[in-house]
Design a protein around this ligand. Sequence first.
Ligand SMILES: Cc1cc2nc3c(=O)[nH]c(=O)nc-3n(C[C@H](O)[C@H](O)[C@H](O)COP(=O)(O)O)c2cc1C
Length: 323
Amino acid sequence: MSFIKALQFGKITTKNNLILAPLAGYSHKPMRMMNRKYGVGYCVTEMVSVDGVIRESKKTLRYADISDAPEQTSIQLFGKDSPEDFYKASKIIQDTFGAKSININFGCPAPKVLRNGAGSRLLEEPHKIVDIVNAVKSSGVSVEAKIRCGFTYDNLDNIITALDGSEVDIIMLHCRLTSDKFKHGTAHWDYFQRARDLTSKKLIANGDIKTPEEALTVFQNYHVDGLMIGRGAIAKPYLFQQIIDYCETGSYKTPNPQELLDLLKNYAESWFEITGYKDIQPLRGALMSLLSGFEGVSMIRAALAKCISLEDVYQAIKLYEDL
Ligand SMILES: Cc1cc2nc3c(=O)[nH]c(=O)nc-3n(C[C@H](O)[C@H](O)[C@H](O)COP(=O)(O)O)c2cc1C
């Protein structure tokens, strides 16, 4: 029996149980479309501010465009402790973008977000999480809670128990403390097991899964309903296909440098087609990370770091072809 299968929660049935994590600055439409080509089953947008949605700020609403796959993408909302505002924002988002599922950010550790009482700050008082979840659910969508383990590990039991009694449809657990931010240590899988034992809700594991081998290990050792992957998918949009192949056949392919350059070129072209932007600057980091680990590409990476136009990207690629 393969670990890869469709995931059902609330009104959603996903293509499979591999999920692209919400990534501010990265999990935009072009990235989601690129990852879908390589097998990702479900995606979450970058975080979108509740206040911005209510103000109908054009800039904010741009992040919530899920016209690429409205049935297979949730919009992530973050905001302070106001269930009423979350309800209003959820309604606006459903009317504007046809969202079927809202992902609520209870994990962001950024100081600015914490100071505003949003993101991970809400984990300190689990009853607030429950009120927000239930308010969003009553607006007519499926509800996903994206959480961390809390400020201390003692928090986790209360958070999971509270969510278990709420109307949340699925929990996505990044197995780190708020204070761990992104880089401190690795994800703490023993706490995933603890959460698993405390809830019968659908539970997705997230944190430091960067290879097919790591993905299979998590599937084999924990009762996960699926995996969520962030940074690994920035550097390797094809990681999802590798995981599927590895789980199903025991082997997988890695693109050679020429295939990577083709991917890079397609990615850059789709950026301009999809966004209509005149500048590739927001995609530069992702393009550069595609080449990390490959030899002889330092000149292209340096050139990519300055790219603005599609022509600049073609010139950077030519540097490699002319070697
Ligand atoms: C650049 C970056 C942006 C992120 N933006 C968000 C976000 O908007 N919302 C959120 O809930 N988590 C965000 N995260 C956290 C990721 O969704 C994920 O939980 C974390 O990176 C751990 O998964 P990974 O090890 O697979 O990257 C972000 C992480 C990174 C590195």
